[in-house]
Write a protein that binds this ligand. Sequence first.
Ligand code: HEC
Ligand code: HEC
Length: 376
Amino acid sequence: MLTTILCLVFTAGGGDTVPAFTEKEWNILRSMSPATLLPDTTNEYEQNEDAALLGQHIFFDERLSSNKEISCATCHKPEKYFTDGDQIAVGIGNMTRNTPTVLNAAHQRWFFWDGRTDILWGQPIQTMEHPAEMNISRQDIAAVLEKDKKLEQLWTKTFGKMEESDIDTIAANVAKSIAAYITKLDATHAPFDDFVAGDTQAISPSAQRGLRYFIGEGGCLRCHFGPWITDGAFHSIGVGPIDGGALKDSGRAGAIDKLKTDQFTAGGKHSDDPNGIRATISKHIAKRREDWGSFRTPSLRNVAQTPPYMHAGQLATLEDVLEHYSTLENFVSADHHRETILEPLNLTEPQKVDLIAFLESLTAPLPNEALLTAPK
Ligand code: HEC
Ligand code: HEC
């Protein structure tokens, strides 16, 4: 008896105690797994193998930057689960936000931390032409592809002769190719999914307790739910700038105008489904007061592999993230608006250990090795 008690006290979080999930809790768990992608009807090349191969070439090609040193993979490093491990990304210049992973990125409703584009292929040209990122014009991108015999052949096979298209259509097709590649970057089959599928040994007792806290008392599920463990929406959870002071990044509020004026959107001229649901939602979206300083709830799949955390990499470790939710001590209010559903959780050490064990159980293996380097 005494040893059992000591055991519970000294092993992190409560030893082997396994929570008994109720039927209601099992229903919640089943709503969180498995994670599968819906097709993107705005990109007719999404499942095209040649387009994906071309996209993979482009993703690793450093010639596509003004100093010929930066590719997508400079910041989205395969070995770091397609992130860079830095607080704030550095390209040709310094950026202001943390690099999110592109693994599973195709599942998203909105892209970037502020959701300023509504389609996966809305992202690449913005990034490539951005002076602080790759700083290369679409004309120069086209010239590099056209001069490379292998890429030129692949292009012609997929999209027809380049000189017969206008430059914006070429740019859209570059973007759709990259999106086709990113759509293949699937990392969704984690131990957590085996557990939900019925393998009771797939995750540790500690992870199971963390999971129960996550979907119950912890209230995490209010924003992190469903198979991607996110509501896909925007909130302010009070993580302020790295150097202290008031919030400077307007987040979602700054994205709405961009969404209305950007060239490559679900409802735009280059979309393959301009009257679909994505386009319709974007058309009717309006700015709301609470958007200021709000950021997209990130998916928590593979989260243990992608430190540092939050939109500007303000929190170095998962421990720091839990400390934030536990105390809300450094909460920076977006002034007009405090996310009222957040209350300090006052987590105990064992609860933190259990929550981290659960978050770690969301790590899936990296995709097939052939996708992790420039194509041979
Ligand atoms: C200089 C570093 C850097 C380079 C180079 C870079 N990215 Fe990113 N990427 C970022 C950062 C930072 C963000 C988030 C920016 C934001 O939210 O405002 C991001 C966001 C994204 C997103 C959105 C992910 C999401 O969760 O919404 C995708 C997709 C993406 N990048 C793909 C690419 C591709 C493809 C390339 C090459 C064409 C590329 N990136 C080049 C740093 C970089
Ligand atoms: C009110 C909605 C909300 C609730 C409740 C919530 N989160 Fe979050 N979570 C967010 C948002 C929004 C972000 C990103 C904030 C930012 O970048 O400023 C985030 C970020 C995170 C991150 C960092 C992910 C990354 O890639 O940077 C982790 C880990 C996390 N949350 C875990 C949790 C856990 C565990 C709980 C429960 C204790 C929880 N969250 C409760 C909305 C929420």
